[in-house]
Design a protein around this ligand. Structure first.
Ligand SMILES: [Zn+2]
Length: 506
């Protein structure tokens, strides 16, 4: 047996989220795991490698509860775009990708995440018209090459956006209707076969990359498909992840199609349980939150994306009160335009404070930071291994530079991580006992080489996307009026700023 690699991290200040404190402590790491956190001068085997952490604040790696690796090649392409227009634009923004493009897009996102203090992510990767075992292997390899953990869930559907929104197809001209037929997805059995193949031959578990299943949006999947996803997740012991009640249009579509909320519909099929994660949940009502809490389910709260797409503001307090496990996410770079968990923590705190005058309902910084670490970890299915700096947990540690201007002066580590830090004081990042970032430099891949490759890829994709853009421009006129029309219908809850807080089911 190989001798264990021991590392002792000396001289740092270790974050205690709840106490808003960071006492000096040393951390002993054996292979990929924290074995002891103790007073300065902690005994360590003489052969242990010493890491100097003086003037560093040590915090658990942030965990991104919801992102999309395919979005990283499309960052900054759009503005003033609703979720429904984003879905319409996705063939234009993220279509025609080669296997190498999928790898590259994931690599860019993973690089950004680790450089900004994020050590694990729930990635809902897209491939059109269905996921492939090869595509998933390529995307997973990108995380492995960066040295970051990921729960990789291929987004699947068998109903296109145009077919999924009641009445939308009828608004398209016959010629447009014919055009969107090319956006038809693969039959669900084909997607299931590919996911099975990927799950069966998965080789990256030892690299910290695992698979999960993501029926992308409830009404974008047939009932049979949702049940097949549930079976897959049970057979292979994976998580389930779905965009539920992200936009008001989705909730209205759900009532029209199923006569109930989307969360209640998913529950009626048996999908809602401890392994189930809702992305966004902006338009969940009180009953939905109670249902999710009772079932032990999670929500990834992604405030940056919710605001950018005009979806409204999720009720994180309502979720916590209902005992829902809440994580924090960035969402894809195609609709939040970066992968910065510090920014999303800050937003999660701030948006809670504009939802009502009762400050006891506002989300505290420790609640936000718990959500972005232990909360997201549980959503990823890794709650017993990551998200905390404690003996027995994986050594996923962010070293913040206390000499950085963000930390001058150092008053309160919990408040300052959430409200002051923006990622620029991330000095070094350890994942599973291995340094992935040191002195602001990525150690595992060559960022300059990635930049050159990305520029070539960007050029090629831009050249090829004119027809998809032309079609988007025609569709935009219809979707851009039909969907806001739906969203102007009254609903028993309101999640737009200025709306009523804590709505009740009718
Ligand atoms: Zn998403």
């Amino acid at each position: 047996m190989a001798k264990a690699a021991m590392t002792v991290i000396r001289g740092g200040r270790v974050l205690d989220i709840k106490r808003h404190a960071a006492p000096k402590a040393d951390i002993l790491v054996k292979d990929d795991t924290i074995v002891e956190i103790g007073r300065p001068g902690l005994a360590a085997p003489p052969a242990a490698t010493m890491l100097d952490a003086r003037d560093r604040l040590l915090q658990p790696g942030l965990i991104n509860g919801h992102t999309h690796s395919h979005g990283n090649l499309a960052k900054g392409m759009m503005d003033r775009i609703t979720l429904e227009l984003l879905l319409t634009a996705s063939p234009y923004m993220s279509g025609a990708r080669t296997l190498e493009d999928k790898y590259l897009s994931s690599l860019i996102g993973a690089a950004e995440m680790v450089l900004k203090g994020c050590t694990a992510a729930y990635d809902l990767a897209a491939e059109f018209p269905m996921p492939t075992a090869e595509g998933l292997a390529a995307i997973g390899q990108a995380y492995a090459d960066i040295g970051m953990r990921a729960t990789l869930a291929p987004m699947v559907a068998d109903t296109s956006f145009f077919e999924a929104i009641p009445g939308l197809m009828d608004r398209l001209s016959p010629s447009l209707r014919k055009e969107v037929e090319r956006y038809r997805l693969a039959p669900y059995k084909a997607s299931v076969a590919q996911m099975k193949k990927a799950l069966h031959g998965w080789k990256l578990a030892s690299k910290g990359v695992q698979l999960a299943v993501a029926p992308t949006i409830p009404h974008h999947c047939s009932r049979e498909f949702l049940l097949a996803c549930l079976k897959l997740s049970k057979d292979y012991g994976t998580g389930l992840h779905s965009h539920v009640a992200e936009s008001k249009v989705q909730v209205i579509a759900g009532y029209q199609l199923y006569g109930r909320s989307l969360a209640a519909y998913m529950d009626s099929l048996g999908l809602v349980g401890p392994d189930f994660t809702v992305a966004h949940g902006v338009w969940l009502d009180g009953d939905d939150m109670k249902l999710l809490g009772d079932r032990g389910a999670s929500v990834s709260h992604n405030p940056g994306s919710n605001m950018l797409l005009g979806n409204g503001i999720a009720d994180m307090r309502g979720m916590l009160d209902a005992k829902v496990n809440v994580g924090i996410g960035t969402d894809g770079a195609s609709c939040s335009d970066n992968q910065n968990m510090y920014e999303n923590m800050r937003l999660a705190s701030m948006v809670s404070k504009v939802q009502g005058p009762d400050r006891q309902n506002w989300i505290s910084t420790e609640e936000v930071l718990e959500a972005a670490t232990a909360g997201s970890a549980r959503a990823l299915g890794l709650g017993d291994r990551i998200g905390k700096l404690e003996a027995g947990y994986k050594a996923d540690i962010v070293f913040l530079d206390l000499g950085h201007v963000n930390w001058i002066p150092f008053n309160d580590p919990t408040n300052q991580i959430v409200h002051t830090e923006d990622g620029s004081a991330v000095h070094s990042v350890m994942i599973g006992g291995r340094m992935v970032v040191e002195n602001h430099k990525l150690l595992t891949v060559d960022l300059a080489q990635i930049a050159r490759k990305a520029e070539k890829t960007r050029e090629r994709l831009a050249k090829g996307r004119a027809p998809a853009k032309a079609l988007y421009d025609r569709l935009e006129k219809v979707v851009g009026t039909f969907c806001p029309g739906l969203a102007k219908q009254p609903l028993h809850i309101d999640r737009y700023a200025g709306g009523h807080h804590h709505g009740h089911a009718h």
